[in-house]
Design a protein around this ligand. Structure first.
Ligand SMILES: C[S@@+](CC[C@H](N)C(=O)[O-])C[C@H]1O[C@@H](n2cnc3c(N)ncnc32)[C@H](O)[C@@H]1O
Length: 227
């Protein structure tokens, strides 16, 4: 029995992890990016500081920074306990231990928290939830989903995945999803059907290896774009 969480938790990765998970090139980083379900990740804050353009959409942005901070702290012990229990299911090279993971994740989430009020005022953190995306067609070059789609396959149906990706591909020219594994480390049961759906719609659909692996075997992203 692997990692289990009853609901989708606010838990955030760093800028460097986003760059590696989506294999973002220097050119990609100059494009208009949309992060779907970015939660308390440090990517938006750091990317903006470096001069990049990114908007993040997540239901937790309906809350203020104190409420999000409390929610992160309430989640922390549960996630750490699950990590200790399932440590053999992860690759401990870049991050050497569960304790270091806790520090790295909290550092990324603190980067987010210190940027949150400003970013919300600037419209970089928008409260919203897939599959609805409040943007015009083609507003972005690339839509990213990290640790939401496929990871939470028990909570989110195949139909939800198709609707979410359809919305991402309406507002952006390209959609990328990482990882393709569920919380317990198995390939998502929705992956095959989702790929077939978008291939039938005439999109180019590919699984690409990326230079990032933390969940053991979780080193692939899904890329969908028009042919
Ligand atoms: C595990 S966190 C991942 C955060 C970030 N993407 C990362 O990789 O560090 C999952 C996030 O998905 C958000 N979420 C849940 N349902 C969502 C939905 N329908 N649309 C967009 N985001 C959602 C949660 O609020 C949470 O912040």
């Amino acid at each position: 029995m692997g990692f289990t969480l009853d609901s989708i938790v606010p838990w955030g990765r760093s800028y460097d992890e986003y760059v590696a998970m989506f294999d973002l090139t220097t050119a990609d980083l100059t494009r208009r990016l949309l992060g779907c379900g970015d939660g308390p990740a440090g990517f938006n804050a750091e990317h903006t500081k470096r001069g990049g353009t990114v908007v993040s959409v997540d239901p937790i942005y309906a809350f203020d920074s104190a409420q999000i901070r409390n929610r992160i702290h309430a989640t922390y012990d549960t996630v750490m306990a699950q990590m200790r229990k399932n440590r053999s299911e992860y690759v401990w090279t870049t991050i050497a231990s569960v304790e270091e993971l806790g520090r790295v994740r909290m550092a990324a989430m603190n980067v987010f928290l210190s940027d949150y009020d400003l970013g919300k005022k600037d419209g970089r953190y928008l409260a919203g939830a897939l599959p609805a995306l409040p943007f015009e067609r083609g507003s972005f070059d690339m839509a990213l989903s990290s640790h939401l789609l496929f990871l939470y396959s028990t909570q989110l149906s195949a139909e939800f995945h198709i609707q979410a990706l359809t919305a991402m591909l309406r507002v952006a020219r390209e959609a990328k999803v990482f990882p393709l594994l569920t919380l317990d480390g198995a390939t998502s049961p929705h992956l095959h059907g989702v790929m077939e759906h978008f291939a039938r719609q005439g999109f180019s659909v590919a699984v690409r290896r990326v230079p990032y692996e933390f969940q053991r075997g979780g080193h692939d992203m899904l890329v969908i774009k028009p042919r």
